[in-house]
Design a protein around this ligand. Sequence first.
Ligand code: ACO
Length: 401
Amino acid sequence: AIDIKTLRGTANIITIDPGYKNTGSCESAITFLDGEKGVLRYRGYSIEELAEKADFLEVAYLLIFGELPDKAKLKKFHNDIKAESHVDEEMKKILDGFPKSAHPMGVLSSLTSALIAFNPSTVDVSSENDMYHAIVRLLAKFPVLVAWALRKKKGLPLDYGDDTLGYVENIHKMMFKRPNQAYKTNKVVIDALDQLLILHADHEQNCSTSTVRIVGSSHAGLFASISAGISALWGPLHGGANQAVLEMLEAIEADGGDTKKYMAKAKDKSDPFRLMGFGHRVYKNFDPRAKIIKKAADEVLADLGIDDPILAIAKGLEKEALEDEYFVKRKLYPNVDFYSGIIYRALGIPTEMFTVMFALGRLPGWIAQWREMRLRGEPIGRPRQIYIGEKARPFVELDIR
Ligand code: ACO
């Protein structure tokens, strides 16, 4: 085994590892995953147990502060969040400036950044208390922005939360409450949403989390770091995969439901098409979140009485991939986002909002990683490179070029 400590800060050695496939960027006590065995734990607790027994706010507390809260701590945490849940009215004008067609991930990233102007005290955090203040503010205001992004898409009036509800139920109400209609809770829907958010809550040093840590390492502030993380999550190779999966399943359905044709396309090296929702940088046998989510998709659709042909196509693709030499050889299995879109769709969430829901779930993880990075006093992130450009050459004046 390599002694990682001996490699720390050795200034004269540069390792090149595009995509950081084998390079650790930090030490972390938040999330453990074993890609070979399909194990995922937050602060030592298995994802299976947390998804079954805890709620999202408890998991957020656990990730950020390291321990499961007792009842009093959880209540205080929730009350502190509720006390910060207003978003400045001026923010609505910024939202108004976006066209209705704007992708909600762009809107969310911009609004998260814009929040800094109205919450300047969250930038310079020199104590744990300052950090707590910034964290609670973000956990309170971020769901309002998520709900606004959806309501803008749907042409609904912007709304604030309801202090009497749980954290996730309140988010659901802010998203779906219709004017002049009583809001009714559906336990199946809230539980499914809660579970999806837990499954997405952290996943160690992925693209968006590394972005949050590296932006935060310049002491740019929590909200700016999270805004950058949202942009990183947006891409189809990362969080944007959940939207891409559903669009792919819909395209297969519209094209007659021939899954074999799309399997062949995915294997054809002259075709850039990839089977979205398959493959993972770290999980090489199965994604434990995908197992939980597949079961949840079956249950939610049954509970809500939805017979979605897209689910049958998804199951068909999964079965074929498991028996296909190309996918088996490359260890490509369905990841968490292969089934999440099907549940979001059943919950009435539009496809373009799927990645926003991922961001909502990932928020506590990003916060936990940012806080850990700051508390450990990590240095500014600054990768090195191997220069492959021109050798030194004399400047050529414009009129003789
Ligand atoms: N469909 C078809 N072939 C694939 C797929 C796929 N989904 N994923 C990987 N491959 C192939 C590659 O073409 C490559 O083949 P080769 O060895 O013949 O060249 C091989 O498998 C290895 O692929 P890499 O891209 O090198 O693997 P990497 O670990 O870098 O990428 C990633 C992982 C980005 C997730 C990739 O599997 C992918 O693009 N999947 C589809 C997008 C997706 O679902 N993203 C969500 C990730 S999970 C998340 O963010 C929650």
